[in-house]
Ligand binder design. Sequence first.
Ligand SMILES: NC(=O)c1ccc[n+]([C@@H]2O[C@H](COP(=O)([O-])OP(=O)(O)OC[C@H]3O[C@@H](n4cnc5c(N)ncnc54)[C@H](O)[C@@H]3O)[C@@H](O)[C@H]2O)c1
Length: 270
Amino acid sequence: MYNLLKGKRGIIFGALNSNSIAWKVAERAHQEGATFTLTNTALALRLGELNALSESTNSKIIEADVTVMEDLHNLFTQTQEILGGKIDFILHSVGMSPNIRKNRPYMEMDYNFYQKTLDISALSLHKVLHTAYKLDALNDEASVIALTYIAAQRTFPDYTDMAEAKAMLESIVRSSGFHLGNHKKVRVNSISQSPTATTAGNGVSGFDAFIDYAEQMSPLGNASADECADYCVVMFSDLTKKVTMQNLFHDGGFSNTGVSKTVMNKFGEL
Ligand SMILES: NC(=O)c1ccc[n+]([C@@H]2O[C@H](COP(=O)([O-])OP(=O)(O)OC[C@H]3O[C@@H](n4cnc5c(N)ncnc54)[C@H](O)[C@@H]3O)[C@@H](O)[C@H]2O)c1
């Protein structure tokens, strides 16, 4: 390891189990010398798996619903007390759509669910950064990463309201990157990750076939959760101080591929 995050303090949202992208980021950040708190909802904490990560990374767990301002206030206050200073990095690895959970097709979405999707998966990033700003909890040159998906730019059949949530999330990344950059040289970026077998990913119907499709479309193949963690570590490190307001595709080339030979061959030999 390279000690890329030595002395840096962070908050990692969204580790649920060992498949979670945030789980892998926590493990890598720990290896690189960071200290951080882990946070998730009461429900996620009751599932009980986070304790193992807390032990292996020597980090405290603080319960917070990312949509509740009081929870976020408490999270930032407690984190600074526990870690002994302001925050250098934040991973927003949170997403949930009740419409997807209930298998509602795009043209039959429930609007209360829809608003919940936007609140949890997009507006929450604004709430997190608003709280950090009000409490002056971020260090100069802090780095914020939110995880997103290419459905923000292109339509996929069963991603329903999460597509709009990701488009909004990426817009909040740009706007907050502008304002926090001017304020304290804080950088804010999103990483647009390949389809990855996690609890959230598997909730999208036909996900296995979709992973195979993306694998065969991408010149480098799908990016794994571990590889995403590597990328997050680089983005939290001092090696990327001038990268901000970007949506960074981490997808093995999927986003710029029209069609691959492997996929074309399924329709007849080239
Ligand atoms: N899995 C994929 O294919 C894929 C691809 C691209 C982007 N992403 C994004 O990566 C991020 C992490 O997802 P994952 O794939 O690791 O799945 P995951 O299910 O492991 O993580 C999602 C997390 O969001 C948390 N969460 C849900 N509602 C919350 C709330 N109200 N407050 C706080 N936390 C809440 C869950 O408890 C869970 O820990 C999400 O933003 C997801 O959209 C995933």
